[in-house]
Design a protein around this ligand. Structure first.
Ligand SMILES: [Zn+2]
Length: 412
């Protein structure tokens, strides 16, 4: 990573702030994995920060020595102190490669936060050897069972299925500039974990269980070295009982600045909603569903640009098929088709004229690891996560080996 952004903090202030940002840091064997956990990227979501504090306290008391390195970082320090999602702009919608990897300075509270985080991540990457794991802890404004969100690359998928909770794929088509998309673009594994509703105590305990499981799954600790490991696993499994599968997002209700949106009370993530049910009031008009849908992340706070999402589960055979197609690199043949070419200078992106490819559905591109990002009329730019993923850095990890390992096998 390069750091051409202009410093907006003085050196001394930056040092003090950086000290507060580090919840914990535990260095162990250099040939092991390095895990970087983030809590409070959204300042009104303290559960991840509390969970990380608990884990580091226990690791320090127990004299735990990881086979690798563990970092716990606060995302948005200033917003966390004020209990707000953000101050000037959402810190989880700002991670765009061009400004970060060489461009002009940015302004606002969150620009300084991002700059400090970016610098810290760069240091971690320079100091240690792969594999790296970036894990971002969140909570939601509505009630929810715990779940994972990932960008759809095999490294993310295969690590995500080590946990007994639902996995939501492809959120990157709908969100602009989240931290984990940036880390994925750099080729690293990134997993988002939503542990519950913002202020619930269960959101802290489930985040703690998730952190311990991630440490063990990545190989930083042996199962036997973590007191109560089986209990952590059991708690997560129980909280998400019946929903342990992959889902994809089919719809996002986007809110423009100035829109008025009010969700009806009582809805929660993963709730099945029947046709005709009134979900919300949007700019004075009722929103009703015309068929049965599964609701995801309904908005119950003032700040935020997503009213709600709809999801559906992905059949297991499609997941297996897409893994096979990606492993044999079928996507390499796509530019031979009319209307499809590689984006010059960026082999991970395809330029597709959809007029020429009516026979290829969005689902087909998804199978091969492509996600739509920018659309101008009939021209789409498709982003392939597999091309950028540093698969070779994860190929020896136990969770990566073996094609078609389903949840049950990967998750004893
Ligand atoms: Zn969040």
């Amino acid at each position: 990573m390069t750091y051409s952004m202009k410093d907006t903090l003085s050196e001394t202030l930056a040092a003090t702030v950086q000290e507060k940002r580090v919840i914990g840091k535990l260095l162990g064997r250099e040939d092991g994995p390095t895990l970087v956990f983030f809590g409070g990227i959204h300042g009104n979501e303290p559960a991840g920060v509390k969970a990380l504090q608990r884990v580091f306290e226990k690791m320090n008391q127990g004299g735990h020595q990881p086979a690798g390195n563990v970092y716990g970082l606060v995302g948005n320090l200033q917003a966390l102190e004020q209990g707000k999602r953000f101050i000037a702009s959402d810190l989880n919608r700002m991670w765009h490669s061009p400004p970060l990897d060489g461009a002009p300075a940015m302004d606002g509270a969150e620009a300084a936060e991002m700059q400090a985080l970016h610098r810290y991540i760069g240091k971690v990457l320079d100091t240690h050897r792969p594999p790296f794991y970036f894990i971002d802890l969140h909570t939601t404004s509505s009630r929810t069972l715990p779940f994972i969100t990932i960008n759809d690359a095999l490294i993310n998928r295969k690590f995500a299925q080590c946990f007994p909770v639902p996995v939501i794929l492809g959120i990157e088509e709908y969100l602009n500039g989240p931290l984990l998309s940036y880390m994925n673009e750099k080729g690293y594994l990134g997993i988002g974990f939503e542990s519950g509703q913002h202020e619930e105590e269960a959101a802290v305990t489930l985040a703690e269980s998730f952190i311990w499981m991630a440490l063990v799954r990545a190989g930083a600790f042996n199962r036997g070295d973590v007191p109560g490991y089986d209990e952590h696993f059991r708690q997560l499994r129980q909280a998400a009982e019946g929903y342990h599968r992959f889902y994809e997002i089919t719809y996002r209700h986007f809110l423009e600045p100035g829109d008025s949106f009010s969700m009806f009370p009582g809805f929660q993530s993963f709730q099945k909603v029947s046709p005709g049910t009134q979900l919300a009031t949007y700019n004075g008009k009722p929103i009703r569903l015309d068929r049965e849908e599964t609701l995801f992340m309904p908005l119950y706070q003032k700040q935020g640009e997503d009213g709600y999402f709809l999801i559906r589960s992905i059949p297991a055979f499609l997941l297996a098929l897409s893994e096979l197609l990606r492993r044999v690199k079928l996507e390499g043949l796509l530019p031979l088709l009319p209307g499809i070419s590689r984006l010059p200078g960026n082999p991970g992106k395809l330029l597709v004229n959809l007029r020429w490819t009516p026979f290829l559905s969005k689902q087909f591109f998804h199978l091969l690891g492509y996600r739509h990002r920018y659309l101008e009329g009939k021209i789409a730019i498709l982003n392939n996560r597999e091309r950028t993923a540093r698969k070779h850095e994860y190929q020896d990890c136990s969770w990566y080996r073996g094609i078609f390992r389903n949840f049950r096998k990967a998750c004893p």
